[in-house]
Ligand binder design. Structure first.
Ligand SMILES: C[S@@+](CC[C@H](N)C(=O)[O-])C[C@H]1O[C@@H](n2cnc3c(N)ncnc32)[C@H](O)[C@@H]1O
Length: 273
């Protein structure tokens, strides 16, 4: 087991607006690059599982196997357990732990997966080394991360430029890497993987319903006490500036031509047999 520990602060926290975003996620919209590699009976570890909607989907895709959802934030596991119970998914279990020091023996899993986690951790290379260690020889490590610096939208909006700059500064000050997607291949090679398959995919929000959901969620997240408090504590913006960012989100959401793209990079890394 590794001995390193998390040093980063999780920028988003697990407030209602953040969970609204996480609960929308499915294996199909967030882990499609991995699905062709899953087989019945596999043992899968889902690191940083959050409220567990992707985790439950993965469990349904490995009947006769087991998926373990691991989280550093113990409180959110109540949501993850409730989600699995609501869907009557029984081959899933949850545990508290830190990806820098996974509480499992070498080679314990066929697949180790992390969705939008490496962007938040203090040492992503150590995290990937640990994910590799607990993967059996011949097994897979799969990671997908967004790239905040590459996010783009129409129409142009100065308030959203400010949102992007502020979020990236805050995430870096918290010890994470908001542009993680673009670094995944390099981190995986540094972690010791020779075989790394890279791909990319996007979330795109357009149309009235998607725009209202995405913009409302970000307006609320911008003003949520955890994020807003941290931004103010870091001296990066005051309450008035945060209100202006939230208003820019609502304004963007009201524009019929509005479109927002969230680019992601993905890696599938084979542990040498
Ligand atoms: C953006 S959320 C993603 C949740 C889920 N994978 C999804 O996509 O819906 C990142 C999650 O990683 C967790 N996390 C952050 N650092 C971690 C660490 N060192 N070890 C395990 N989990 C961690 C956070 O608590 C948070 O729930």
């Amino acid at each position: 087991m590794g001995r390193a520990q998390e040093t980063a602060v999780y920028t988003h926290g697990h407030g209602e607006a953040v969970l609204r975003s996480h609960r929308w996620r499915t294996a199909a919209n967030s882990a499609a690059y991995l699905l062709g590699s899953l087989r019945p009976g596999m043992r899968v570890l889902d690191v940083g599982c959050g409220p567990g909607t992707i985790t439950a989907d993965l469990a349904e895709l490995v009947p006769g196997g087991v998926v373990v959802g691991l989280e550093r934030a113990a409180a959110v596991l109540a949501d993850a357990r409730a989600e699995a119970a609501r869907r009557d998914v029984r081959n899933v279990e949850f545990a508290v732990g830190d990806v820098h020091a996974l509480p499992y023996p070498d080679g314990a899993f066929d697949v180790v997966h992390a969705h939008q986690v490496l962007q938040h951790v203090g040492d992503p290379v150590t995290a990937l080394r640990e994910m590799r260690r607990v993967t059996r020889p011949g097994g897979l490590v799969a990671a997908r991360d967004s790239d905040y610096g590459a996010m783009n939208w129409t129409p142009a909006a100065a308030g959203l430029d400010e949102w992007q700059a502020l979020y990236r500064r805050t995430a870096r000050a918290n010890g994470g890497e908001p542009d993680a997607g673009r670094f995944l291949v390099g981190w995986a090679r540094e972690a010791g993987f020779d075989e790394v398959a890279a791909s990319s995919s996007e979330w795109v929000y357009t149309g009235a319903e998607d725009r209202a959901w995405w913009s409302g969620m970000w307006a609320d997240r911008t003003l949520a006490p955890g994020y807003a408090g941290r931004v103010r504590e870091l001296g990066l913006a005051d309450g008035k500036a945060l209100e202006a960012v939230a208003a820019a989100w609502r304004e963007w959401g009201s524009r019929p031509e509005g479109r927002f793209t969230v680019p992601h990079q993905e890696i599938l890394c084979r542990r040498a047999a």
